[in-house]
Structure formats: C-alpha cells, structure tokens
Design a protein around this ligand. Structure first.
Ligand SMILES: *Cc1c(COP(=O)(O)O)cnc(C)c1O
Ligand code: SF4
Length: 336
C-alpha cells in the first residue's frame, strides 16, 4: 500500500500497483463474503452477464459491510437486471464506431482527439458505456501508437489529445513514455488530458515513475477522474490527487448519475465537497449512456435537472457539475 507520510509523500515501500491490479476480486461470491452479504448469492446473474466482475481490494475496503445498498458495491456487483432487454439500450450507445478515424482514434469534437489507449480497467463498472466496445482491434497503443500518431500528424486542428479507454493508466509507464516521444513531433498538440478512474480505485498507480513522466511533460496537463460517490475517496486517494497537482496537473472529476448510487442532492453535494477537499473540481455529471444491460441505473431527465438545481441551491457555482448527455453526432456533450 502507498502510505502517506506527514508531508504527503509516497512511501518507497509501496507495493507495485500491477500486483494490486492482478490481485483484484473477480469472483462475485468472494466479493459478497468480503462485504458480509453472502445471502445475496441467489440474486447474482448466471456467470457474469457477459461483463466480468472486477474490483480492486482497496476499493472493496471502502464499502460498508452488511449494506446491500452500498453505493460502491452497486457500481460493481453484477445484477440480474443486466439481463433485461430495455428498448433504446444498445451496444454502441454513443456512436463510437462511427467516430473512429484510425486505430484507436475517436474524433468527435473540434480540436480534441480521443485515443482509446487501453481496453483494460482496474474496475469494471456495471453501467459502463463501453462494456460492449470491441477493444480487441481498437487500441491506440498497439504498434507503438503508430497509426494514431500518423493520423494526428496529418491533422493540424488538434490541440488537445485525450487519453481514454478503458483506462489509459492501465498502460505501463514505459508505454506512456513511448507516446510522449511521439508527441514531440506534433507541435499543434499543446494539451494532454487523461481520463482515468485509477487514482480513485487504485491510487497506488500514481507512483514515482509515473509522476516523473508526468512532471517532465512539456504540455499543459489535465487529469479527469471518475468518482460517483464521496465514499470512493479516502486518504490514499487524497495523496494521489495531491501528487498529481504537485506534478502541475489540473485535476477534474466526471461522474455518472446512477439510480440508487448518487441520485440524491445530499449525496451529490457531499461528492462535490469531498472532491474539493482533495483539490479536485467537479466537471461533468453525465446522464447515463443507454448501453444494453444498464437500464436499471437510469434517472429520467426531469429528476436529473431537479437534483442539479437542488445542488446549485446548496453549493458555490464552482462545485456544481455540468449535467450533460452524449448524443451521437453532436458537436459537443449536450447540456440538459
Ligand atoms: C467526451 C469526449 C471528449 C471530451 O469532451 P469535452 O467536452 O472536451 O470534455 C472528446 N472526444 C470524445 C470522442 C468524447 O467522447
Ligand atoms: S473505469 Fe471507466 S471505462 Fe472502465 S469500466 Fe469503469 S466506467 Fe468503464
């Protein structure tokens, strides 16, 4: 484990994040034992509903034992409801396949290109809009990023490169170094943004070699975390966020509005306050992408708007996330 010294530095005795990654819980029965809910075993879908269970042990430790409605548990535990076929919920909910321009490159919005840097995640979120994405063929990191870099070189309009996935920090730091060497040939790219859930679910990933890579980058740097509930943040996440900021990174957070997890004004306000305590600003609150198997998480637009209004009435404006939906073909995320 990373241990925070009083000065907030990372302990050199921290175990390698890859070990913690491999040691993640992948068996639903084991997860239920860990959170003292074995009586829920008969409510599990057969096998894993086509999307494997995966959750790091450190994240399980933040769940409340004995609580079947724990907001962290609900994000990762396979449910029978995933087998329901709801109208309008499809495999490619946000038009990713149509926006593909080269291997692992999605270009939907002006000035920003998004790389599917990795198909792996440390945690499998049941509501994930990419749960059916064909990652096998679509990884930008394949072949030393060559296709992606060639594509970017030819497009002078792209000033911001977004690493997404999957989780881009699933890649070894050496693979990220390879990318930054390639980026040196692309003067038009002035910002690097990383969309990652790892500093939240496996904060040990923010280790000294990674921070050295990040700190040395000659670009403006943004990390957009993904946390949906204040309980996801603990002291180790605070250390990871402080280290990111120490490396010159602007740290933001995006959440997904999820029924049963955070569809409550108090919960959303507490999340914003907790993020800010970690030095993180809320950015987007996403309406759920209508991906097959996730219909039971949906909150309708009228309630979503009322929730954000209630948050706005409680908090300073900079702690109110923008409520948006991704609509295939739009020029930006669509504000509600
Ligand atoms: C969401 C998204 C972005 C980022 O949009 P911002 O509004 O800049 O955060 C960029 N590219 C793609 C393909 C996206 O899905
Ligand atoms: S970390 Fe992000 S990409 Fe990975 S499963 Fe969760 S929501 Fe999906």
């Amino acid at each position: 484990m990373i241990t925070a010294s009083p000065a907030g530095r990372l302990s050199p005795a921290a175990p390698d994040w890859r070990e913690l990654w491999r040691d993640a819980v992948t068996d639903a029965h084991e997860l239920l034992r860990m959170v003292e809910l074995t009586h829920l075993a008969d409510r599990l879908p057969p096998a894993d509903a086509g999307f494997a269970l995966r959750v790091p042990r450190g994240f399980v430790a933040r769940m409340r034992p004995g609580d079947p409605r724990d907001p962290l548990l609900l994000q990762v535990l396979p449910q029978l409801a995933e087998l329901d076929r709801a109208p309008g919920f499809t495999a490619d909910a946000v038009g990713d396949l149509a926006a593909r321009e080269a291997q692992g490159v999605l270009h939907k919005y002006q000035g920003r290109a998004l790389l599917i840097a990795s198909g792996s995640c440390a945690v499998n979120c049941r509501y994930c809009f990419r749960r059916h994405f064909p990652y096998g063929e679509e990884i930008a990191a394949a072949g030393q990023w060559r296709q992606a870099l060639d594509h970017l070189r030819a497009d002078r309009t792209i000033s911001e490169l977004i690493l997404s996935g999957g989780d881009p920090l699933a890649l070894a730091t050496s693979k990220l170094e390879e990318l930054s060497r390639g980026l040196a040939e692309l003067p038009q790219v002035t910002r690097l943004r990383i969309h990652t859930r790892l500093p939240v679910v496996l904060p040990e990933r923010i280790d000294a070699p990674f921070l050295a890579w990040l700190g040395a980058l000659k670009l403006q740097k943004v990390v957009v975390l993904h946390a949906n509930h204040a309980n996801e943040l603990d002291a180790q996440v605070d250390v990871a966020c402080a280290a990111l900021r120490g490396a010159g990174v602007a740290v933001l957070n995006q959440s997904v509005l999820l029924r049963g997890v955070n569809d409550d004004a108090e919960v959303l306000a507490a999340l914003s306050e907790r993020l800010f305590a970690a030095g993180v600003l809320p950015y987007y609150l996403h309406q759920l992408d209508r991906v097959q198997g996730a219909a039971h998480f949906e909150v309708d637009d009228a309630r979503a708007l009322a929730l954000v209004d209630a948050v706005r009435a409680r908090l300073p404006g900079y702690l109110v996330p923008r409520l948006v939906r991704e609509v295939a073909g739009d020029a930006s995320k669509r504000p509600l």
